[in-house]
Design a protein around this ligand. Structure first.
Ligand code: PXP
Length: 238
């Protein structure tokens, strides 16, 4: 299982003062030098954390796979086609949300998503659709021509260590197995932390986990290197 570190919240902290510290590029470089498999950055429509310059410097100044998270808008498609990141993860975006709440409804916008995904795949970008763990969303994602899905682990993460955990975990596992049966590669992320991440090993062949908030939060107390190494130990343990 690979680990992609989501670097957005380094930018959140930087933007709190509108200056250049802490540096997103420097934080990403520390993660890459420690051996993480990729850096994920979400360029939101409102640019609340990651900015355009960040994604260009992550792409151009770092020797690492960049996973650009973005909404399915014309503006973002244009940026992706000019940036040519290793991968794009398409997420739903609502202006007032604190973070990405829920997955993309691919099922209800099948044609639009097919049209959106094709130019990206044709440009050599690996495309992933961030969806809730539901069979109809997995099947619809497969039909778009995207090579990956990223399963939204938010509900599982919130349910962790409660009576609801098992039901949420089973949804993830069943969706992953169904996706793999169709030939999709499966990533997962959102809300994963140092406690709940271990169960991801119970799902066969998850390709990559994308984890941000828990790593950056721990880094406040331990430093980024220690926080990343501790997560790498949990993700790479098999
Ligand atoms: N994957 C996707 C598609 C996301 O939108 C996010 C949050 O930006 C993450 C992973 C990382 O979530 P977290 O910051 O909760 O680890």
């Amino acid at each position: 299982m690979l680990l992609g570190v989501n670097i957005d919240h380094v930018a959140t902290l930087r933007n709190a003062r509108g200056e250049n510290e802490p540096s997103v590029l420097q934080a990403a470089k520390i993660c890459v030098d420690l051996g993480v498999n990729g850096i994920t950055a979400h360029l939101r429509e409102d640019r609340r954390h990651i900015k355009d310059d960040d994604v260009y410097s992550l792409k151009n100044d770092l020797k690492c796979r960049l996973n650009l998270e973005m909404a399915a808008t014309d503006e973002m498609q244009k940026i992706a086609l000019s940036l040519l990141p290793h991968a794009c993860c398409i997420v739903p975006e609502k202006r007032m949300e604190v973070t990405t709440e829920g997955g993309l409804d691919v099922f209800s916008q099948q044609k639009r998503m097919c049209d959106f995904v094709k130019p990206l795949v044709d440009a050599g970008i690996f495309v992933s659709l961030f969806i809730d763990p539901e069979e109809k969303q997995v099947e619809a994602s497969f039909k778009t021509g995207a090579q990956f899905i990223e399963l939204h682990t938010g509900s599982y993460s919130r349910a962790f260590a409660t009576s609801l955990e098992e039901a949420e975990f089973i949804k993830l596992k069943k969706s992953a197995l169904f996706a793999q049966h169709l030939g999709l590669q499966v990533n997962a992320g959102h809300g994963l932390n140092y406690l709940n991440v271990s169960r991801m090993h119970e799902i066969p062949d998850i390709h990559e986990l994308n984890i941000g908030h828990s790593i950056i939060s721990r880094a406040v107390f331990t430093g980024l290197e220690k926080a990343v190494c501790e997560m790498m130990n949990l993700v790479y343990k098999n």
